[in-house]
Design a binder for this molecule. Structure first.
Ligand code: ADP
Length: 360
């Protein structure tokens, strides 16, 4: 007896609207939430076809799905992956999630359906999806702009550089000290602008290659990078230690640029009169590969640890340390386009460790 009371109470007070439908699709029972959700009086619904709770445009196909369900009735979600819509008594519509379960009472087969209003969730998901699409489009536009602008700026700049070279050649010996100096300044500044534009072009190219993921041996990538940096390693007498690195799925070209930028920075931002010591290694962390490039260089103040990854952000004038301030922005773009993260830990005067992850 108590059991019966409990079941009744569960049905009556369930947070979901619950209806019980017979094998012919007629509603035989409905709880209080049905009344609140659909605006019908509970009694009004009894003996009505369940299709009265569905917008007319779906009611026709619902018969078919109902028959199919009866043939293979089991507990399941209805319309997985689809947006289900229900209709109130006043004709207004709302999004729902529905769980179905078959029941048998005596000889008759029934289906109980627990219906939950998920309109708010669906509307929010739609808003989120459209904002994300808008953001992705804007990003694409911006990248396209950076690409076209840097590409188109390069050629007039090359003309300036060649004209300056021509003037210096043709008027050699005719110009006074000041004129010579001005021309030298023009070519230096144009040269710097050309490097900035070239780096911007490189930055906007990251991630453009399609089918770029390939099986990549990081040992090989780092060995190639060290060969490229041979001159500055030699000149600084740096000690470089490389641990055993994995073979991963990545863009080999981008991975090479990533290591190149990090190791080049580790050598560049060294302390005066101290032999640079750089270690490169990896560990596995939560299913990702976590790489690190550690140096014993000048270090980075806490307040700049995020800023340095932004485009054109530099902490030193180019006369002190040469560069354009794009290297780490490129690194971040490469890592993010592989689904990873990049960050730095550092102590001023002691050195820095740049970490990045690549999904394993
Ligand atoms: P660039 O090297 O062309 O200046 P990056 O984007 O590679 O540009 O680096 C941005 C800034 O971050 C650098 O100017 C420097 O101030 C700081 N930085 C990068 N790597 C290191 C490092 N290993 N040690 C100390 N500072 C660094």
């Amino acid at each position: 007896m108590i059991d019966k009371e409990i079941y009744k109470a569960i049905f009556a007070t369930a947070p979901d609207a619950v209806i019980v439908v017979d094998s012919a699709g007629k509603i035989v029972k409905a709880n209080d939430r049905v009344q609140q959700l659909f605006g019908y009086d509970k009694q009004e619904l009894i003996n009505q076809p369940v299709e009265c709770l569905i917008p007319e445009r779906y009611a026709g196909t619902h018969h078919k799905f109902r028959d199919q369900y009866m043939e293979n009735a089991k507990v399941r979600e209805m319309g997985i992956g689809k947006e289900l819509v229900a209709k109130r008594k006043d004709g207004s519509e709302f999004y729902v999630e529905i769980s179905l379960s078959p029941m048998k009472a005596g000889e008759e087969h029934y289906t109980s359906a627990a219906i939950r209003d998920v309109s708010e969730k669906v509307v929010m998901q739609k808003q989120l999806k459209s904002s994300m699409e808008a953001l992705a489009n804007k990003n694409k536009e911006l990248e396209q702009f950076a690409y076209v602008a840097s590409h188109d700026l390069q050629s007039p700049l090359n003309t300036i550089l060649s004209l300056v070279a021509l003037m210096r050649r043709e008027h050699k010996g005719e110009m006074n000290k000041n004129e010579n100096h001005y021309l030298q300044l023009i070519s230096q500044t144009a040269g710097r602008m050309s490097s900035l534009i070239k780096d911007l072009l490189d930055y906007s190219r990251v991630g453009r290659e399609e089918e770029r993921m390939q099986t990549t041996d990081c040992n090989r990538v780092v060995a190639d990078v060290l060969k490229d940096l041979d001159a500055s390693i030699h000149e600084s007498q740096a000690v470089i230690e490389v641990g055993s690195l994995p073979v991963i799925q990545a863009s080999a070209t981008e991975l090479r640029r990533l290591f190149q930028n990090l190791i080049a920075n580790a050598l560049k931002f060294r302390k005066p009169k101290v032999t640079p010591h750089v270690t490169i290694g990896v560990k596995s962390a939560n299913g990702d590969w976590q790489f690190h490039v550690t140096d014993n260089g000048i270090g980075i103040e806490d307040r700049y640890k995020e800023k340095i990854f932004m485009i054109f952000e530099r902490l030193h004038p180019s006369r002190e340390y040469d560069g354009t301030g794009i290297g780490l922005a490129v690194c971040q773009k490469i890592v993010q386009s592989h689904g990873g993260k990049i960050w730095v830990e550092s102590k001023v005067g002691e050195g820095s460790t740049f970490y990045f992850t690549i999904p394993g």
